[in-house]
Design a protein around this ligand. Structure first.
Ligand code: 173
Length: 320
């Protein structure tokens, strides 16, 4: 009898160890088109995890907006329809309006991870998105206004612009009429003249051919684009320490690389835009300064209006 119990115990232990050692597969989507600027950092993250994670953990990258509409990615992540998402805060403001505040950070992520700002957001991700924020893979990458009609001052009255929540408050404050679309609809909107321009970061307008339909870029840029890798909280909690360390390691590496990577990409696309004949609209220094400051003022007003509870605290952590 004693031997049988011992044998059963050994067997059970063996099964447990084997279960714990089994490779886990996580389903992932990106809210940006595959192999374009805002998916590349994430695709590098996936490659690193899958390379280092053989036999331990595998990310099954299902794809971009062809697999799932960008504005539905937050919901799919929250509900566990996918385990991992590459997505920007503006695409899930319906679930977590505070996520759009990442665009307003004026401090590096390394500092936010120390000053309490990151931890504050991480709690909101758990509460509102049932998610864990792993890494910001896009940073140091300003947004711009791109136009097909010339302006000589920061007055957007009479212009119809393509937006996401990133630009809404700012462009409206300057008098624009706005229409929200996913990135995948921008080309057609420009082609048909449905919009006179659009908001987008300094990089990536070549990915979907928008340079063919863009006459002007307005300088200066404003804010700092954010795209991050998130994981469903239940999926995360089920992982063992080794699996968690694998994801956290690749995430940390990606976040560390973002600032320098985008410094390089920004410079390259500024040059490429000039070569493509896109003209730069600038304002005199005092007007440019006001334009820039108004962007932040409108941005924070918007965040605080949508989240009176958390907006003011986020401003203290994020702003300079
Ligand atoms: O313009 C957008 O679609 C948008 O909000 C965004 C955010 C981060 C990176 C690129 C685009």
């Amino acid at each position: 009898m004693r031997n049988m119990i011992m044998a059963a115990a050994v067997l059970a232990l063996g099964l447990c160890t084997r279960a714990a050692a089994q490779e886990v597969t996580l389903r992932a989507v990106s809210s940006f088109a595959e192999k374009t600027t805002y998916s590349r950092g994430f695709e590098r993250f996936v490659e690193r995890v899958n390379e280092a994670g053989k036999g331990v953990l595998r990310i099954n990258y299902i794809g971009g907006p062809k697999a799932m509409p960008p504005f539905e990615v937050g919901n799919a992540l929250k509900n566990g329809v996918v385990d991992i998402a590459n997505v920007t805060g503006a695409f899930y403001t319906n679930l977590m309006p505070e996520a759009d505040a990442w665009k307003l950070t004026q401090r590096p992520m390394a500092e936010l991870r120390k000053n309490g700002g990151f931890d504050y957001m991480q709690r909101l991700y758990a509460q509102k998105l049932n998610a864990v924020f792993l890494a910001r893979l896009v940073d140091n990458n300003p947004f711009h206004l791109y136009l097909n009609k010339k302006i000589d001052k920061p007055d957007l009255t009479g212009l119809k612009l393509r937006i996401t929540p990133v630009y809404r408050d700012f462009f409206q404050k300057l008098g624009a009429t706005v229409v929200q679309t996913a990135p995948g609809e921008v080309y057609t909107a420009l082609e048909r003249g449905v919009v006179d321009g659009y908001g987008w970061p300094i990089t990536g307008i070549f990915d979907l051919g928008w340079h063919e339909r863009t006459k002007y870029r307005v300088d200066p840029g404003f804010y700092s684009a954010e795209v991050s890798v998130l994981i469903n909280k239940s999926s995360w909690d089920k992982l063992n320490d080794k699996q968690k360390a694998l994801l956290a390691g690749a995430a940390a590496q990606g976040e560390e690389e973002a600032v320098a990577e985008f410094a390089r990409l920004n410079a390259a696309d500024i040059e490429r835009q000039a070569k493509a004949g896109i003209q730069v609209i600038t304002f005199e220094p005092a007007v440019a300064r006001k334009f820039y400051d108004e962007a932040y003022a409108a941005g924070w007003e918007g965040v605080i209006r949508q989240s009176p509870e958390h907006g003011p605290t986020l401003e203290k952590f994020f702003a300079r």
